[in-house]
Structures are given as C-alpha cells and as structure tokens.
Ligand binder design. Structure first.
Ligand code: HEC
Length: 172
C-alpha cells in the first residue's frame, strides 16, 4: 500500500505545479496583451485594400458599421457609442487622423479581424470583403474632407443617422 502512496503524491505535486505554472502563464499573457501595441504581422501590414472606395462599398460598410461597431465606436466613430462607457480600455476614436494615418490598410484590416479585448474579433462574423469595406469606411471617418464623391454621415449631434439608407447595389 505505502508503495502506492508515494508515486501518487509525486503525481499530485506535479499536477499542482503545472496548474500553478499554467495560471502564471495565463496571467503574464493577459498583462502582456493589455500593454503591448497591436502585434500586427509585417506581411499583413503590407496588404492593400482590394476594394475601391465606391459608393456601393461605402454604403455597404456604413450598414455593417451600424450593426457591428456603432455600439462602441459611436455613429461618427469617435469612440462615444452607447456602450463605450462599459469598456476598458475605451473604444478607439477612429476619427483621430493623426493616429489613424499612421496605420496601413492591412493594419486596420487586422484590427477588425482579430479584435482586442474588449473589441470582439470579426473574422468569423464578417467575410473578408465586408472587413475590407469597413477598412474603407474607417479610413473615411478620419478624412472627412474627401472632395467629390462621399460625405461622412451626418454629424452625431444633429440627427443620429436616419439618412443613411442602404443603396440598392444593382450595378456592380
Ligand atoms: C465591444 C466594443 C467594440 C466593438 C463592437 C467594436 N470595437 Fe473597435 N475597438 C474597441 C476598443 C475597446 C478598441 C481599443 C482596443 C485597444 O486599444 O486595445 C477598439 C479599437 C479599434 C480599432 C483600432 C484603432 C486604433 O486606435 O488603432 C479599429 C480600427 C476598430 N476598433 C474598428 C472597429 C470596427 C470596424 C468595428 C465593427 C466591425 C469595431 N471596431 C467594433 C471596441 C469595440
């Protein structure tokens, strides 16, 4: 009997040690995740948006943004959505041109795809094309002065966004 007890005890000790180790690794991982900049792989940063900022892509993106992003990032992308207060860190201000201009298309695509707590990952919820459409929209949020074709959706103060109707995309 006593011969059995020893290895058993050893096994338990090992198990205990590995559980502690696992907890430590998890903790370190989370702390690390919180503090580091988005670790975007170099080859992803270099990706170019395969889509054009056409009106059909942008209006599709506006719908996607309304459904998936506005709750946190707000109508105009300022990071002031109705749920924004609940999150730490707070949702990013996507209209901050100084910051957003330092990001490549691939970088933004990666951020939308992977998310980062508390922002969810969208790679399973949205297709690649939808995520690239959102990259176009995110870009437009920080560049409101684009001359001819597009206007950013109405300023959040005047009217929420009753005026952004989906444009029927009959012609492709
Ligand atoms: C649950 C709230 C939430 C939702 C929903 C959400 N985000 Fe975010 N988003 C965040 C937070 C919080 C951050 C900042 C994360 C950080 O810095 O660690 C962020 C950061 C970003 C960034 C990075 C900006 C930067 O400063 O580098 C982009 C781009 C972005 N979000 C786009 C989107 C898009 C597009 C959607 C919709 C498809 C979306 N987000 C949905 C909360 C959210």
């Amino acid at each position: 009997m006593s011969t059995n007890a020893k290895p058993n005890f050893k096994l338990r000790k090992m198990l205990f040690a590995s559980v502690i180790a696992l907890i430590c690794v998890t903790l370190v991982y989370f702390v690390y995740q919180q503090n580091k900049a988005w670790a975007v792989p170099e080859e992803v940063k270099k990706l170019k948006n395969p889509l054009q900022p056409s009106e059909s892509n942008l209006s599709a993106a506006r719908e996607l943004f309304k459904e998936n992003c506005v709750e946190c990032h707000g109508d105009a992308g300022k990071g002031d959505g109705p749920e924004a207060m609940m999150h730490d860190p707070p949702p990013a201000d996507l209209t901050d041109a100084g910051h957003m201009n330092t990001l490549t298309d691939g970088h933004i695509f990666y951020q939308i795809s992977e998310g980062r707590k508390p922002m969810p990952s969208f790679k399973k919820r949205l297709t690649q094309d939808q995520r690239w459409q959102l990259v176009l929209l995110v870009r437009s949020l920080s560049q409101p002065a684009t001359p001819s074709d597009m206007k950013p959706s109405a300023p959040a103060s005047s009217k929420p966004d009753a005026n952004t109707k989906p444009v029927p995309s009959s012609k492709k």
